[in-house]
Structure formats: structure tokens, C-alpha cells
Design a protein around this ligand. Sequence first.
Ligand SMILES: [Zn+2]
Ligand SMILES: [Zn+2]
Length: 307
Amino acid sequence: MEIFFLGTGAGMPAKLRNVTSIALKLLEERGAVWLFDAGEATQHQILHTSIKPRRIEKIFITHLHGDHIYGLPGLLSSRSFQGGESEVMVYGPKGIKEYIHVSLSLSQTYLKYPLTVIEIDEGVIFEDDQFTVEARLLEHGIPSYGYRIVEKDRPGTLLADKLKEAGVQPGPIFRNIKNGETVTLEDGRVLEPGEFVGPDQKGRVVAILGDTRYCKNALLLAQGADLLIHEATFSKGEEKLAHDYFHSTTHQAADIAKCAGSKKLCLTHISSRYDRNAWHELVVEAQEVFPNTEIAEDFKEITIPLK
Ligand SMILES: [Zn+2]
Ligand SMILES: [Zn+2]
């Protein structure tokens, strides 16, 4: 499980930071990539990476500001020409359906794969046997969602050597134990699965937030997260500006990470008023509040290790 930043700038494309798009790479977990937002030229950014558009399974849109969605129609269209045949699900605020429909129909774009667009409300918006995705509204002037991606715990691995020591050969009994069943052997011995299966593999939690002011729902989404990705459009001391423009400062993002007990924070959506030399300053000031902070850069990857 890795986070890969395709665009990390605020508002407009800048030379060193394209507008927002974040890939959650779940290649080992499910052979898929999930995208969060698709600012203009997201597909151009993807060209410089190993990400295959046909692997994109889900796209979560945080809000409908242009710097988060202008790359979506082009990306969806190109995916057809890049071998994409599997379904894509797009989740986003009310209006996302009309935006996609109008862009694709007026340009007479026909996709060779099924596309489903879901206009979401707060709550659990996706769940399968591997993951749950929960959405909550943030504070950004227009509806802007934050997403909390929770990987489900997985049963531990079978302790095959220990079973063999107990005189059990690989076969149906191995399977039964792995499935959590108590097995009685022919000689009357009872094997409890707890003794022959390792501890549960704990699932990981990632919180990816749309543009927002400092707000309570950000705190709820970030609760205990292994990685929190929070916007920091402005530096500390610019709280008034951040409030007026519905954005956050480095200190505010760090405060959310700290109060929520997140393990790691990555700042993104960085204004182009901060040049490369200033980026380090932004990290340092966030670290005053929450030490385990990094700053996103285009094409930077962060691995979320198994626990
Ligand atoms: Zn934005
Ligand atoms: Zn915005």
C-alpha cells in the first residue's frame, strides 16, 4: 500500500507542483489503484510514472473546484485507449454526475468500459471484504469531503510447521484450521485454531482530506490514522487568511494530526507563493506541533507499512 502524489499544488498549476491528484496504490492488495481528485493534466503526470490507467478502479473526488476535477474527463477518455476495459466507479459530491455526463456527451466521448458515478452523502460510501471508505463533510465554502480508508484486519497466517510437528499433514485439516474451525483428529486430539494460526494482520488506515478549514470532521476522519494527508495551503501565522479562503495552515494541519493521534502527517495543496526554499520551513513549523510530518511533492511516494 503506497500513496503516490501526482499533484500537490493549490489552485493553479505551477512549474514544480501540478494541481491536486493523489493515487493510493493497492497493487498487492487488489491489483488496483484508487485516485483521489484529478486536477488538470493528471493524465500527463501519470505518463511519468509506472501507474497503468487500466488499473484505476475507483476515483474519489473531494469537491468540485476546478483544480480538483479539470483532469477527470481527459483521464476517463484516455483510459479507453490505454486498454481499460474494467469498470470504473467515481464517487463525489452532488454535481459530479452532471459534470462528467456533460463533458463526455458534448465531446462525443464514448468509453469502452462501464463507468458508474455515485453522488455521495456522509457515511460509509464503499465496503467490501477488504476495505471500508467513509466520507465526511469538511468546511470549504462548497461541499468538500474527506475520506477515511480503512483496511480490514486479516486472519493471521497458518503455522504450518507447528501443525506438522503435531503430526498433521497438509490437506483438508490445514484448510479447516485456517478457516478458524476446531478440528478433532482421529486419535481424539482436539486442535484449536488459535494455537495454529498467527495473530490477526491489522488493517491500515489512511485519511485523505479535501480542501478545508480547521474543522472537527477532519479530526474524526484522522482518528488514529497511519497516514493523514491534510492540506496546508498557508504557513503558520496566516490563520486569518486561511479562514477567509476556507483553507488551513501548516500548524492547523499538524494540530489535527496531533489531536487525532495520527501516526504520520503529510502536508499537501501547497500554495505557489512558497518556493522550493520555503518548503522546508513549512515542514519545520508543522513539526513544532506534530514531529512526524512530511511535505508532499509531485511524484513522491510514501509507503504505508504493515503493522
Ligand atoms: Zn484546491
Ligand atoms: Zn477547493
